[in-house]
Design a protein around this ligand. Structure first.
Ligand code: GTP
Ligand code: MG
Length: 237
């Protein structure tokens, strides 16, 4: 019967880095069920950051990035010998379990994430994450825009109005009404990144009776992520 498992031998190209991107399934509905704050729910973002940290510790990616209901992991070393079915299913289900473990609520339905694999060259890593961060910014403008319009108009009028506006128009409309997006928290504009950082540790070298400096790496959850560019990723990967 093994021969029916026709996808099990599908593998990621050898020696390729990959990005695994997870996206919450029907999180629009989940956000209603959980009555999440609009446009941003800080607790939801804390939970997503915790999920990223769990993924970081379990699968040793070199970088994890989240905004809204999506998470991207950059993996240098291929887990599960590069087997596509294993990577997608295990990482997505691990994330869903972690999400539930960090949430202290009764869910109406079991949350799930979809998962896709993107083989990527070193040169394109920063372009990928810049692309997702640009989406985070667009999402920020649109989310604040629709929340503002819904406070003034009916839901359908607000939806019609936002569809006719460019991102720069929404930004201007918000600004004219006292909402300056430049002043909102960084994570709402740029998302949250998880990566390794080094900390300086000063210890005593007892043998030589002198202070000794060493560096220890630790998992860092960056709520103040910079704008992604090549230099940032050269330091990380
Ligand atoms: N209220 C609230 N909703 C959020 C927040 N972050 C994400 N969401 C919701 O998550 C959705 C994510 O968008 P999508 O992934 O396109 O929508 P989806 O319903 O998950 O649909 P699929 O991914 O196709 O299954 C948004 O439309 C929001 O409804 C938040 O901070 N607050
Ligand atoms: Mg989704």
């Amino acid at each position: 019967m093994k021969e029916y498992e026709v996808y099990s031998s599908l593998k990621v190209p050898k020696n390729s880095k990959i990005i695994v991107r997870l996206d919450g399934r029907s999180f629009h509905k989940l956000s209603k069920d959980l009555n999440l704050d609009k446009p941003y729910d800080e607790n939801f973002y804390k939970v997503m950051a915790n999920v990223c940290e769990d993924l970081f510790k379990e699968f040793s990616p070199s970088f994890v990035y989240t905004f809204s209901d999506e998470i991207s992991l950059l993996l240098d070393k291929l887990p599960f010998d590069g087997r596509v079915e294993k990577i997608d299913s295990v990482i997505a289900s691990f994330a869903a379990s972690s999400f539930v473990m960090h949430y202290d609520v009764d869910f109406k339905k079991p949350p799930a994430f979809d998962s896709r694999i993107i083989p990527i060259s070193d040169d394109d890593v920063y372009k990928y994450f810049k692309w997702r961060q640009d989406e985070s910014w667009k999402n920020c403008v649109a989310s604040y825009g629709i929340s503002f319009l819904k406070s003034k108009y009916s839901n359908s009028e607000a939806n019609d109005k936002i569809n006719g506006l460019k991102s720069s128009d929404i930004h201007e409309l918000l600004y004219q009404n006292g909402i300056n997006l430049n002043n909102v928290e960084t994570y709402k504009k740029r998302g949250i990144a998880v990566y390794r950082k080094n900390k300086k540790v000063v210890g005593l070298n007892k043998k030589e009776n002198r202070q000794q400096v060493s560096y220890r790496s630790y998992t860092y959850i960056d709520w103040e992520a910079p704008k992604f560019n090549m230099e940032f990723f050269e330091k990380i990967i």
